[in-house]
Design a protein around this ligand. Structure first.
Ligand SMILES: Cc1ncc(COP(=O)(O)O)c(C=O)c1O
Length: 360
């Protein structure tokens, strides 16, 4: 099947917006009808067993894509919600937990920590002047009294790719718990979560998994689940949601303990189509194409420490570049004087060449 048969890219100019929302997949669009609307239409409330199987299929597809056991994944509405639930589930202690992230981490992740009760949690930021992907920088902080590190695998504002495995190794030597944000890397960079030795990973499907908004998820290392006690729960975090005994609540032994009430289904039906499309093409192939296109767009730049997005610091030329991209009817965005352009398998060498001429 050709790529254009797999994706529905908006009409107009080149689509460079995968860092914001990846293009829709045909499979995802069809799954919305097949796995969500049709069962509802045909069975009404009796569609629930089918829908719950679909949610398990979603976890299974993530496990196939990223490694890790299916029962270590739990759907969440977004990364922020998953991170807040995880931090609030940690064993309490007398002094605040110090949580380290780089100042270039996605702001929402910082907002989650800084809005938690200050007697329990403290946000520590590595200054943006220090490189986010240098394990030595992280090590200096770990020598202090950091408890938890949140590593952003690929930074959305700079495109910087972090060596998660190296940073995690040093963190573990210093007894630091490791959390990883893969919002901008899942579906683009080959990932095998168990090799990282991280404690929890947070992601969504909206970007390189081309699954649309709403299908967030978290992965929690199986051996750590028993020490975590979520404070926001519901019947779907129960070991048997259908027990219906208000006097007896028992947490699921799996990552499902991080679920709460009735789960949403529609976003996961679409997202499953996105993940299956990515699995079908292969993450290695997606990354290979991405790097080839990035290299065409900027021939002299080393992309080995970069995710899939060209975060072009346009300086004084930002307005001029923005106008030229608009004239091309390109889909892109801008953060301050940085123009962000993502190159996915739906982009062509010709489009990357047009970018090269503009960026020159
Ligand atoms: C690196 C990174 N983390 C997290 C998010 C989004 O977090 P949430 O799902 O909580 O909106 C984004 C969105 O652009 C991101 O780029």
């Amino acid at each position: 099947m050709s790529l254009s048969e797999k994706f529905i890219v908006p009409a107009g100019g080149p689509y460079f917006l995968t860092h914001s929302a990846g293009p829709m997949t045909r499979l995802g669009k069809s799954y919305l009808d097949k796995h969500y609307l049709s069962p509802w239409q045909d069975k009404g409330g009796d569609a629930w067993p089918y829908w719950l199987t679909l949610l398990d299929r979603f976890n299974g597809a993530l496990s196939k894509l990223l490694g890790g056991r299916e029962d270590e994944f739990a759907p969440q509405s977004n990364l922020s919600a998953g991170l807040a639930k995880y931090l609030l589930a940690l064993p309490s202690r007398d002094t605040p937990l110090k949580i380290l992230m780089h100042a270039d981490a996605f702001p929402s992740m910082g907002f989650v920590v800084s809005s938690l009760p200050p007697e329990g949690y403290e946000l520590v930021l590595i200054d943006e002047k220090q490189p986010a992907n240098d394990p030595n920088v992280w090590e200096e902080y770990f020598r202090g009294d950091i408890d938890i590190a949140l590593i952003t695998h690929v930074h959305s504002a700079t495109g910087v790719l972090s060596p998660v495995e190296d940073i995690t190794r040093i963190a573990k030597e210093n007894n630091v718990r490791v959390l990883v944000d893969v919002a901008q890397s899942a579906g683009l960079i080959p990932i095998h979560i168990p090799s990282w030795n991280a404690d929890a990973v947070f992601g969504s499907c909206i970007k390189w998994l081309c699954g649309g908004p709403g299908a967030g998820w978290m992965w929690v290392r199986r051996e750590t689940l028993s020490e975590l006690t979520p404070i926001t729960t519901g019947w779907f975090s129960h070991t048997n949601p259908f027990e219906f005994n208000i006097r007896n609540f028992e947490f699921s032994e799996t990552a499902k303990k991080f679920w709460d009430g009735t789960p949403s289904v529609a976003p996961y039906a679409m997202a499953l189509g996105g993940i299956e499309t990515v699995l079908d093409i292969g993450v290695d192939q997606i990354r290979k194409t991405n790097l080839e296109l990035l290299q065409i767009a900027r021939p002299n730049f080393d992309f080995s420490e970069n995710g899939g997005t060209l975060c072009f610091k346009a300086g004084y030329h930002a307005n001029e570049l923005e106008n030229k991209l608009k004239a091309m009817k390109a889909f892109f965005d801008r953060r301050g004087k940085t123009i962000r352009l993502s190159l996915h398998v739906t982009n062509t060498p010709d489009q990357a060449n047009r970018l090269r001429r503009l960026l020159e």
